[in-house]
Design a protein around this ligand. Structure first.
Ligand code: SIN
Length: 285
């Protein structure tokens, strides 16, 4: 097994190993170590089937069943299809997943620890995923901003309908009903703006424009400009790694200290299909 950094800020590629079959306890410990160090791992030439993807993901913790059940595989509820491919006029998967900067399921009390995404079909152009390191972003904040956010909690909400910073894709025909349903199912939650990583102890910025809509106990007049400042800061080029997918890639990322964004840039009949599995995390502190 070879582990090689992908950029100065984030990511390592892991090659020469079949992660579904070859990872004994010692090799898995090396993968976990690399995961904590590089935060984004690209396993090359995997082509995992859903059962193998679920088996590998489960080594990191309990798996989540995504709320958008319509796109979970019928025989593998822990695998959700992301795709712009069409069947009977409708998409076969979530067509707009990750179309603004976010960290997965931060609108839950216990958001996702990590996400595993297996490339099933890649478009001829576009389809890159951008990642930004929130540990670096936090460390680089000016002292006065660190003081303003210290001990503060941000409010997270899943609905795009209540978030003026994000757009609803025209591909998402079910958006109105879906987001209204999410609002009914999930009360707003708050999490610390500065999150401590449970494994490394490092502090990271834990806000992003997709789900973070306010700051607890702070008027919007003060909170919204502060969030705008944090959102602009957190995606400065020096914190970002842009992943260009290869056939067979399985990527995983640490949602506790990384935000990501599916950059798009392709349209049907150019098809992008991914299989996504998320691992349950702990309550941020
Ligand atoms: C996601 O945000 O979960 C998906 C990212 C991608 O498809 O690149």
């Amino acid at each position: 097994m070879k582990i090689a950094p992908l950029s100065d800020v984030l990511g390592a590629e892991i090659s020469g190993v079949d992660i579904a079959r070859d990872l004994d306890g010692e090799a898995f410990a090396a993968v976990l170590d690399a995961f904590h160090r590089y935060r984004v791992l690209a396993f090359r030439e995997q082509y995992l089937n859903p059962a193998d993807q679920v088996g590998f993901a489960a080594r990191f913790g309990p798996l989540e069943v995504h709320d958008n059940r319509r796109y979970n595989l019928p025989d593998h509820e822990h695998v959700m299809v992301l795709s712009n491919d069409l069947r009977d006029g409708g998409p076969i998967g979530v067509p707009d997943a990750g179309d603004s900067w976010h960290t997965d399921l931060s609108f839950k009390e216990t958001p996702s620890l990590c996400t595993l995404l297996q490339a099933v079909r890649l478009p001829d152009k576009g389809g890159d995923t951008a990642f930004a390191c929130m540990t670096r972003a936090y460390a680089a904040l000016p002292a006065d901003i660190k003081a303003r956010i210290a001990g503060r909690r941000a409010v997270h909400n899943p609905s795009k309908l209540v978030n003026p910073r994000v757009e609803i894709s025209p591909l998402r025909k079910d958006a109105d009903a879906f987001y209204k349903g999410q609002s009914a199912r999930f009360a707003e939650v708050s999490h610390p703006i500065v999150r401590t990583h449970p494994a490394t102890g490092e502090k990271s910025l834990y806000v992003q424009p997709r789900f973070t809509v306010g700051i607890e106990g702070m008027d919007d007049e003060e909170a919204q400009p502060l969030l705008d400042l944090l959102f602009a800061h957190q995606i400065r080029p020096e914190f970002v790694y842009l992943n260009k997918w290869r056939e067979g890639d399985l990527l995983m990322w640490d949602n506790r200290c990384v935000i990501h964004y599916a950059t798009g840039g392709y349209a049907w009949p150019d098809v992008r299909t991914m299989h996504r599995t998320t691992v349950l995390g702990d309550r941020p502190y």
